[in-house]
Design a binder for this molecule. Structure first.
Ligand code: F6R
Length: 603
């Protein structure tokens, strides 16, 4: 997602910041900016688009001699990717860069607006700098003002702040978003990821949540959450940049599977409250008169849509049809204006989905997109965009995009259900409780990964895989099969478990691998008898379930849960890891599978 760099020292600062930001480019961004205080002069530059635009804008700028400098690449979450929304954000005489999301920014903004503060951007970040300056005018002490500011912030943040009042200092704070301090020969560096400082510094301190402090020339002062002074324990930095980008994982896909546990926190932030669902993006009246939902998407996004269609009908009591975008386009569909047209897309550029959306708009339908890339074509074309906030997805095989799409659809289903008055408060609170378990559910344990790694060696041959499930676990079976075929090149199909006996069971023999999704909370007995039928025909069964299943050749035990969505997400991770481990054993390039592109902008 966004990237942060900072520097306190004598070397030329433009160069240092641009080089650092370049190393963070792989995380994705849509605008960038820097701010520097050197010789008491405060200067800042911002540009939309690629870093070369910022390079061009700053080509006549340089800052030698002692000074402080901060830089940022922004991946839009609150507000469009414009220059005004790009970081650093300016107060009167201070600048801030921030990664994460300030959950209570609206409350803080309201308070500051009442005091006459002028806001220039649509971002949550801008409140930080104004709040700091507000405290500064009150307390006349920048250290105390910074302390007070971070005490008021709720949500996730990595923050660097500079101010003309203290021109030799960078204030920093970290909670939930990564930030490190590194010691170089020529000064002290900050970065949101170590790739930005490899080659410049040899040792770094990775800040912990709740830590904050300030850096001056050759002096680092660190405090914990309670305000106690802390020693910094520096660690050696890795020397290889590519593996640092992968944070030590073998492939980006693997890293993205592990990231799911943290990106869902971003997806929920400000939307899933203690006992309510809030979607800022949907203005009052937008859903009035809507009596049906039509979703169009492709590939993995289509599977997420399919899973959500069960939830729309079951929870929000609204008719929901899902169609593959490339089919929808040419079927001369009958569309009525009381239908909300939803598109789902990681990239926001998929040609078939975009064209389907344009058709729906021509027919006068209201449109909403669930998308990962702000300002993408689909976002621009839609009336409302709900951003998944998964950060850039580099692995061609989609993982964290699927997780965040499905979660955001679940959130939207609850929002709609509440609006339609078809769910009780108690039901809503229960769903929220289940949702809040997701970060833990999505954590990959070493034990699980190791088990799947060992199992995978038994699944490298055979004449094909059937992934089977029922209800929401049927689209999950489709997704499991898609993941496997994309990166292993083995034939795999997803099927509704109850449908096997209507034909596909003819294929059953010991070389047919069946991956059976057997959740406890959803039609367990039904799927059990479907799997028994396959086992009776000698199919090799890998059962995934919280309940031991004696006919299984292999068994992955999940946790007991009382909520189907928790079982869904737990099984999703297992299927992703299984595909990954099989593909790695087969020696394939997991991140760039043959014949596939990350963004399909052609028909
Ligand atoms: C599968 C995968 C593709 C995409 C599909 C739609 O791992 O990545 O199936 O899901 O091409 O792409 P988006 O979501 O960008 O519209």
């Amino acid at each position: 997602m966004c990237g942060i760099v900072g520097y306190v020292g004598e070397s030329e600062k433009r160069q240092i910041l641009l080089e650092g930001l370049k190393e963070l480019e792989y995380r994705g961004y849509d605008s960038a900016g820097i701010a520097v205080i050197s010789k008491d002069i405060l200067q800042s530059f911002k540009a939309v688009g690629k870093l070369k635009n910022l390079e061009e804008k700053t080509k006549n700028f340089s800052a030698n001699g002692f000074g402080v400098a901060i830089g940022h690449t922004r991946w839009a979450t609150h507000g469009k990717p414009t220059e005004l929304n790009a970081h650093p954000h300016l107060g009167k005489e201070s600048y801030v860069v921030h990664n994460g999301i300030i959950e209570n920014y609206q409350e803080l903004k309201k308070r500051l607006l009442q005091k006459g503060v002028n806001f220039l951007s649509q971002t949550d970040t801008e409140v930080i700098v104004h709040l700091f300056e507000d405290y500064l005018s009150l307390l006349k002490d920048s250290f105390k003002a910074f302390e007070k500011t971070i005490q008021e912030l709720e949500g996730a943040y990595a923050i660097l702040l500079i101010t003309k009042i203290e021109p030799d200092t960078i204030f920093f704070a970290k909670n939930g978003s990564p930030l490190l301090i590194a010691k170089g020969d020529d000064g002290i560096y900050f970065a949101s990821s170590d790739t930005a400082v490899i080659g410049k510094a040899k040792r770094a301190y990775y800040l912990e949540d709740g830590e904050w402090g300030y850096v001056k020339k050759d002096e680092i002062t660190l405090f914990d959450k309670e305000g106690n002074k802390k020693e910094l324990e520096f660690k050696d930095l890795p020397s290889d940049k590519l593996s640092a980008q992968k944070d030590g994982y073998r492939f980006f896909m693997e890293k993205e599977i592990y990231e799911q546990s943290s990106v869902v926190v971003d997806t929920m932030m400000g939307r899933v409250l203690e006992d309510d669902i809030h979607l800022d993006e949907i203005k009052e009246g937008f859903l009035d008169g809507i009596n049906a939902i039509k979703i169009c998407a492709c590939g993995t996004s289509f599977h997420s849509a399919m899973a959500a269609s069960y939830l729309f009908e079951r929870i929000a009591k609204i008719r929901c049809d899902v169609e593959i975008a490339s089919e929808f386009r040419y079927k001369e569909p009958l569309l009525s204006k009381d239908t909300l047209f939803i598109t789902i897309s990681q990239s926001g550029e998929t040609a078939d989905t975009l064209e389907a959306l344009k058709m729906a708009k021509r027919a006068g339908l209201k449109s909403l997109t669930i998308c990962n890339v702000d300002n993408s074509s689909i976002v621009r074309e839609s009336d409302v965009a709900l951003l998944t906030r998964a950060g850039i997805e580099k692995g061609v095989a989609s993982t964290k995009a699927f997780a965040t799409q499905t979660l955001l659809l679940w959130i939207f289903v609850l929002f709609l259900a509440k609006k339609r008055g078809v769910v009780s408060k108690e039901f809503l609170v229960n769903e929220i409780k289940a949702m809040q378990m997701l970060p833990r559910v999505l954590e990959v344990s070493d034990k699980l990964h190791e088990k799947i790694h060992r199992l995978s060696k038994r699944y490298l041959h055979g004449h094909g895989f059937f992934f089977i499930g029922r209800d929401i676990f049927y689209p999950l079976a489709l997704e499991g099969a898609l993941k496997l075929k994309e990166i292993s090149y083995l034939h795999a199909e997803g099927y509704p478990a109850g449908e096997m006996k209507h034909g596909p069971i003819a294929l059953a023999d010991s070389n047919l691998f069946t991956i059976a999704l057997m959740p406890k909370t959803m039609l367990y007995d039904k799927i059990k008898s479907n799997v028994e039928e396959l086992s009776a025909r000698d199919a090799t069964i890998l059962a995934i379930s919280p309940i031991e299943f004696e006919l299984a050749d292999d068994f992955i035990k999940t946790n007991f849960s009382s909520h189907p969505m928790i079982e869904f997400f737990e099984m999703m991770v297992i299927l992703q890891l299984l595909a990954l481990e099989i593909a790695i054993r087969l020696g394939n390039d997991v991140d760039m599978p043959r014949n596939l592109a990350k963004s399909v902008t052609v028909e």
